[in-house]
Design a binder for this molecule. Structure first.
Ligand SMILES: C[S@@+](CC[C@H](N)C(=O)[O-])C[C@H]1O[C@@H](n2cnc3c(N)ncnc32)[C@H](O)[C@@H]1O
Length: 281
């Protein structure tokens, strides 16, 4: 006899909960949704339904990958950010809540009726531009990434959210292919020191793309490229906002000041760590 959906959910939740920091109950619901197409609330109603053996086999395979440390978002191919969901792929970072600090900071410089053109370099899934475009209905944006597959994913995410008329994505290295001027430039670049790679959790080290994480021996390589390029491609009075590692506010501010930027502000995340530096040209 096939087990019921409630039973399958319970067994999956117990397996997944063995992973440190995993929310077994919720993650099991999302895996079942991914495989069966039934939403978590529909699963509650259908708890006594039998589950076919093929479905159980698919779920068990996913649970094994989750037990082995693969992030849930990689298994279901999507992740939440701000107030929406995006598709992810092997070339994109899984969105981090901390990046919301950059979005919030950028919004303070964008009036509700802003028509600014914003350039996001290292756009990944496109989350920064997508969040800004949802909050400011008249802005336009260009998202640039070195990885073709990231560009394709960001464009698909914009289409899924109905933002493809205002946001465009293309392949390129930082601002090299952008003529400018931009009204605002935003970036969450790679900023992890290569020697620190071994200290990352398995979920990050083994499953996020290295191109999205690592930035030379001191973690500052991307800023060394971005800051001079951004100064040349930002209109006078425009803002550059970059996400940083918790101990990078001083060196990144110094690099920006050396390019002629005014260092306006440093914003902190919910843990009190420096997370964003704001520059003005
Ligand atoms: C930390 S991830 C951020 C992704 C996304 N913006 C976010 O906040 O989730 C950094 C991104 O920079 C991209 N990247 C790395 N080197 C680059 C380069 N030279 N030019 C453009 N993008 C680059 C990576 O492919 C990756 O998508």
């Amino acid at each position: 006899m096939s087990p019921t959906l409630d039973r399958v959910h319970r067994d999956l939740a117990v397996r997944i909960a063995k992973r440190p920091h995993a929310d077994g109950t919720r993650e099991a619901r999302l895996l079942i949704e991914h495989v069966t197409g039934r939403s978590p609330s529909a699963q509650l109603v259908a708890g006594q339904d039998d589950v076919p053996v093929e479905t159980i086999a698919q779920l068990e395979a996913l649970a094994s990958r989750r037990e082995a440390g693969e992030p849930l978002a990689r298994l279901i191919g999507k992740a939440a950010f701000w107030d929406f969901e995006v598709g992810i792929n092997a070339a994109t970072l899984i969105p981090r809540d901390d990046t919301g600090v950059l979005v919030e900071a950028a919004l303070t410089f964008l009036a509700p009726d802003s028509h600014a053109h914003i350039v996001d370099i290292g756009t990944g899934t496109g989350i920064i531009l997508l969040a800004l475009a949802r909050e400011r209905p008249h802005i336009t944006g260009t998202g640039i990434d070195l990885a073709d597959e990231a560009v394709a994913q960001a464009a698909a995410n914009a289409r899924a959210l109905g933002l493809e008329d205002r946001l465009h994505f293309r392949q390129g290295s930082w601002l090299e292919s952008f003529d400018g001027p931009a009204d605002m430039i935003v970036s969450n670049p790679p900023y992890i020191r290569i020697p620190d790679r071994a200290t990352l959790s398995d979920e990050v080290r083994l499953h996020d793309p290295a191109l999205a994480l690592l930035a030379g021996d001191d973690g500052l390589d991307a800023y060394r490229k971005i800051l001079p390029q951004a100064h040349g491609k930002l209109r006078s009075g425009g803002y550059l906002l970059v996400e940083i590692g918790h101990d990078q506010a001083d060196p990144v501010s110094t690099l920006g000041a050396a390019e002629g930027f005014q260092v306006l502000d440093t914003r902190q995340d919910l843990s009190g760590n420096d997370r964003v530096v704001v520059f003005r040209r």
